[in-house]
Design a protein around this ligand. Sequence first.
Ligand SMILES: [Zn+2]
Length: 416
Amino acid sequence: MVQSMRVNGERLWSTVMETARFGGTPSGGITRLTLSDADKKARDWFVAQCRSIGCTITVDEVGNIFARRAGTDNTRQPIGFGSHLDTQPSGGKFDGIAGVLSGLETLRTLEENHVTTSAPLELINWTNEEGSRFAPTMIASGAFAGIYTTEYAHGLKDRQGKTFRGELVRIGYLGDRPARDHQLAAYFELHIEQGPILDEEGITIGVVTGAQGQRWYEVNVQGRDSHAGSTPMPVRRDAMLACARITDGVNRIAMNHAPAGMATVGLVEVSPNSRNVIPGHVFFTVDLRHPDGDVLHEMHREYEQLVDRVAGDTRTDIASECVLDLPPTRFDQRCVDIVRDVAGQLCYSHRDIVSGPGHDAVNVARVLPVGMVFIPCVGGISHNETEAARQEDLTAGANVLLQAVLEYDRRTADAA
Ligand SMILES: [Zn+2]
């Protein structure tokens, strides 16, 4: 029975541990920056594994890898699933990797059980999810979804001035298929939650209903450099004071919309950054998030009022530019229902959850039906070498992925 088929959790776990050597660090983490030598090794390994179970490989012009397993009706568009193999500079063993290797385990399980789906299947490794070496994040799934052009992606440079395209060529992953031309019927992605909810509540599977909206701002505060010892307090134009008040203010805005509202000032550059000079200029960033677009807009309005008020109170000029406006994403109802149904049939504890971070799936959801499966990560810690997941949770997540793909195939074959 196809429904009683289960992944091999031992094999999946040992595969995760095996691939952790590509860019592995002494403290148990991974440094596998996009298009680095370590990334090339992981990609070469991935391609070889997929070929060994009969998959054909396509690489597109931004380096996304599609490993295709034929169906019985290859006129149907493939059902895609996967994630990313790149990591942060001090990344863990699971972020992204858990999704790609659960996908590989799904294909291995089908292969050894001699099960062929109606639609073809495609396991995907998206290039540069992390955005650490080449900003912005999720560039190649964005190119797939038509958010970025290939030219834009190719022209990105790292801190050494090496281009995205040049590094694709160097490691042998510049494909010729246009990123926007690749056709899929739907896309599923397993990922660690990267937050504490599932772990704290002792729940195995997060049924991801969508991702929260984000607004990013870049703020320039212009005050006046002056002497810290002789400038009377009432006449100062202290750019750092304005930054501090806005930092406190956005924190209050988010707290007023708790628990879903979030606000972060994560980057600050103070000038002249001298201990006895009142700062004349500060550049900083603001990141606002909320899953409800109306509330996010309300937070944006409150933020703008805050900026005006602080500028007046501190006698500074404040220019705030919105550089990212990502509306909340709602995943496809049918895909979300399939993930939830399958988790229930497999008797795993589960709950609906909204993703805090962005994922390739969020980009893909602009053009395709998408479903996502979250598994807990210990303590909610991620983007850290100590990032950890439990073997039983990873096995459960991979079983949900396997059965969700099969269920999508069944339901859409019936409809066809
Ligand atoms: Zn990730």
